[in-house]
Every structure is written in C-alpha cells, then in structure tokens.
Design a protein around this ligand. Structure first.
Ligand code: SAH
Ligand code: SF4
Ligand code: F3S
Length: 459
C-alpha cells in the first residue's frame, strides 16, 4: 500500500461512521485520486480503514496500463468476497473502470459501481444511489468531463511532509502501446492559481516537498492569479516562493516538451531537486517510430547532455519497454546501450503488454512472450547495475535528507535525498527528539549503500 494513503488511515473508526477501504493501483496520479476520494467520503460518514475486512465500502482505484494490472483487480475482487461486510458496496474506479465500463459486472458480479478517473468526484452520489437500490441497480459513469473533479473536491489534507499534487490530466500523444489517452482523456492543465492555492494549503499543514503530477507534466500551461500564463518552469518558480516549501519535484516529462526554461530551471531554482524522470522507452529509432514517440534516440541523448551541462549531478530516471512488436535483438541491444550511456540513477523496465484498442496490439509482428521475458530480465539487470553505480557515488559524501518517518529499527529514521534516493539515517536522542525530526531536512554523512538505498549518520 502506498505510504501516503497509510498515513490517511483513521486509527479508530468513530462511532456511527462506516468503514471505507480504498486501494490505489498504478501511478502516482491514482495515489492522489485515492486520497481525494477518502477525503470526499468523510463528510458522508465514511472513515478510512486499512483492510477489506468489515469494510462497508470498498473502492478499487484501478490501473489499465498493462494486462497484469487489470488481472490484479479481478483477483483482488475474488478474494475480497469472503472478507467484506455482507451488504458492502464494491466500487471500481480508475483507468480499468474507464476502459471496461459495464463489462466489469460480467466478470465480477459483486461490483455495483463502475466509474472512471474524471468522474471520481461523483462518488458520494454513486454510493448513495447504490445504498438506496442495494443489489438491484448497477451504476456506470465513464464520462470524461474536463477537469471538473478539481473544483468538486474538498480542500486537500496533508499526510506527512511530502505530497503529490496533480496539475495536469490526460494525454494527447497516443503512443501506439498506451491506453492513457483513452482512460484519462485529453491533456488538460489546471490553472496555476488553483495549484498555488493547493500547495499553500499543504504547506500550512506542514508539507515541505511537493511532487507535481501529470502524464506530460512539462507540457503544463496554466494561468496564475495575476492572469499570466505560466509554463511548468514558471509554475515551479511561483511555488518556490511559498513559505515552508523546500523541495519541488515533478513527473512525468516527455522529451518533445522540453524548452530552454525547462533546462534552466535546474540551475535557476535551488528548490527544484536534481532528479529528472524523462522516459525514452527504447534505444532504437525504428522502434521509437513504431511507437509514435515522435523523437529519436539522438534527440533524447542531447537533452540528457544539456541537462548535465546545467546540473552535472542530476539523477536521470526513465521508463523502458522491451518486446514492442518488431523489436529485434539488435534493437534491444541498442536499448541496453542507452541505459549504460545515460547512467540512470533509477529506471523502470516493462515487458510490452498488448492493450486492446491500441494500434500496437493490432500489429502482426508481436514478439514471443519467452523472448520478452528474457529481454526484460536482461534490462532489469542493466538498470540495477546503473542504480548501484549511481548510489555508490554518494558513499563517503554529505547530502541532505527530508525525514519522512521512522526507519525499520529503533534509532533509525528514513527519508529521501535531493537525488530521490531512499536513505536511512542513524540518529541519537530519545524517541521524542527523533519524532521531532520528521518533516525536517537534516544533513547526513552517507556511510554505506544497500541495493536501492543509502545509509548514513546525522551530522
Ligand atoms: N506519460 C508517461 C508515462 C505513462 S505510463 C510517459 O509518457 O512517459 C508509464 C510507463 O508505462 C510508460 O512510460 C511505459 O514505459 C509503460 N507502459 C505504457 N504502456 C505500456 C504497455 N502497453 N506495455 C508495457 N509498458 C507500458
Ligand atoms: Fe502514454 Fe505516451 Fe501519453 Fe505517456 S505520452 S501517457 S506513454 S500515450
Ligand atoms: Fe495506470 Fe491510469 Fe496511471 S492506466 S499508470 S492508473 S494513468
């Protein structure tokens, strides 16, 4: 379960309140939506629990990106049957809800409500209708109203020193493997005025680090309180002025939406952290063309070079797909070369999953499952090697960590470095002194590295 939603759990269910269980699958945008749905249901008498057990309302906030993500939802529903209250309402929201709509009822008869990511703000109404007509009517809402949800949602709560803020929804890029343009709708930005207000509210509640979310977040454009249209770089500058906000991050960016301002922001605004998630997907120009990415490997590498000239220590991150239709061994080896050449701080690798309704799924030259599996293993090993190598450059050096919570042993706290590496810190002082460090940025001497994280001592 994502940490953020865990912090939102009501430790005791107040008398008279019903139990709500929300499970978010997939990307951070779903984590954001999941929290908002929990907040939305509170005034309607639902407190958030951390288990299906005895839940009166279960919301599965689903992801449709790969076949496995869909399958997980249906297997969860199957298992859940035994543990939820007899008259529990099961609602399927998110991207699978949007993509499959009423077909979900055929595969999972106990589901009563299906809705998509852009109509989640109507959840109280769906639940009210489902309660009234218990078992007798089924509700489907897969409209894609434009950004309405943000106006309809309650003031966001903070659940620790870090927070996600969705600033853009949807995608117009139509990469040939991807369902997002169909499940989230067209690419639309929230106004800068609303985003600034939301971050101010979070900062007042103790948030120190904000991660701005969007499928192509660097294509963001929105009007601020003064009526000026801001790009992502302009928005970051405005957010950096907010009292209490110390760190800014954003994800995911697209190589075709880079501009001078976006490169320079890493030098101009010290609150913008030196970490950049910029997926390239493949190291082969032939495959990039088939994917409809509209950029070449060379263009991508020149972006990385320029970023490094502005911010030499920047941690690059990316996403990769192996086994897209037509991918040869040679294409795959080119992807491995790009991984090694960029020297990612972290990256995410996936085996291509043909998604119904996407152009990629209709191609005849699909790669065999066994080949995909083998290439994925090779790619994940290459990514792991990059990550270990990147992390090793911090050992023996000083860095800072925003403390997010206790570590897994007494005397340890954990958080992340500016380069977005998880770091445990040995701290002295009693339990209370340690708790007070949560939400603080502490100076740390890194003493060792584990596979995907660092360990250090507070200075
Ligand atoms: N908007 C972002 C990320 C979208 S989804 C971007 O453009 O980069 C996150 C990642 O899932 C993608 O970057 C891609 O690597 C992966 N992905 C998307 N569709 C996929 C599919 N059909 N099979 C395997 N991986 C996929
Ligand atoms: Fe999907 Fe491509 Fe849009 Fe990213 S840019 S969400 S990969 S269609
Ligand atoms: Fe999945 Fe939808 Fe996010 S398909 S990755 S939850 S946008």
């Amino acid at each position: 379960m994502p940490v953020l939603i865990q912090h939102a759990i009501d430790s005791e269910i107040p008398a008279g309140m019903k139990r709500l269980f929300v499970k978010s699958y997939g990307c951070q945008m779903n984590v954001y939506d999941g929290l908002r749905m929990a907040e939305l249901m509170k005034p309607h008498g639902y407190a958030l629990t951390d288990t299906y057990d005895g839940a009166d309302l279960v919301v599965l906030n689903t992801c449709h990106i790969r076949e496995k993500a869909d399958e997980k939802v249906f297997s969860d529903i199957g298992r859940m049957k035994k543990v939820t209250a007899d008259d529990a309402i099961i609602a399927v929201g998110g991207c699978t809800g949007q993509a499959l709509g009423a077909d979900i009822f055929k595969r999972a008869q106990q589901v009563q409500v299906v809705f998509g990511p852009q109509s989640m703000h109507r959840l109280p109404e769906f639940v009210e209708r489902a309660t009234r007509h218990h078992g007798l009517s089924r509700i489907v809402d897969t409209e894609l109203p434009e950004l309405q949800k943000f106006d309809a949602l309650p003031t966001p709560g903070a659940y620790g020193p870090t927070a996600f803020v969705t600033i853009q929804e949807g995608c117009d890029k139509f990469c040939t493997y991807c369902v997002v343009p169909y499940t989230r709708g067209p690419e639309l930005s929230r106004s800068a005025k609303d985003v600034v207000k939301e971050v101010q509210i979070l900062a007042e509640q103790g948030v120190r680090e904000v991660c701005l979310l969007g499928q192509n977040v660097n294509a963001y454009h929105g009007v601020n309180a003064a009526g000026k249209e801001l790009t992502l770089a302009g928005l970051l500058k405005e957010l950096a002025q907010i009292n209490g906000i110390e760190r800014l991050r954003f994800t995911t960016s697209h190589p075709n939406n880079m501009n001078d301002e976006m490169f320079n922001i890493f030098a101009e605004e010290e609150k913008v952290m030196p970490y950049f998630h910029l997926p390239v997907q493949s190291g082969s120009n032939k495959i990039l063309a088939a994917m409809n990415r509209n950029h070449t490997v060379e263009e991508y590498l020149s972006h990385v070079e320029r970023l490094r000239s502005v911010r030499p220590d920047i941690a690059m991150s990316g996403d990769f797909i192996v086994g897209f239709p037509g991918e040869t061994e040679e294409d795959y080896l080119q992807t491995l070369s790009v991984i090694a050449e960029v020297g990612y701080g972290t990256a995410y690798g996936f085996a291509y999953s043909p998604r119904p309704g996407t152009p990629g799924a209709a191609l005849s030259n699909q790669v065999e499952e066994a080949v995909k599996k083998e290439r994925l293993a090779g790619m994940l090993a290459a990514i792991e090697a990059c990550q270990e190598n990147f992390n090793s450059t911090f050992v023996g050096k000083e860095t800072t960590v925003l403390v997010e919570g206790p570590g897994d042993q007494d005397g340890l706290l954990k958080g992340r470095t500016p380069h977005n590496i998880s770091c445990t810190i040995a701290v002295s002082g009693d339990a209370e002194a340690q708790t007070q460090l949560i939400g603080e940025i502490v100076r740390v001497k890194v003493t060792s590295q584990r596979k995907f994280s660092l360990h250090g001592e507070q200075l």
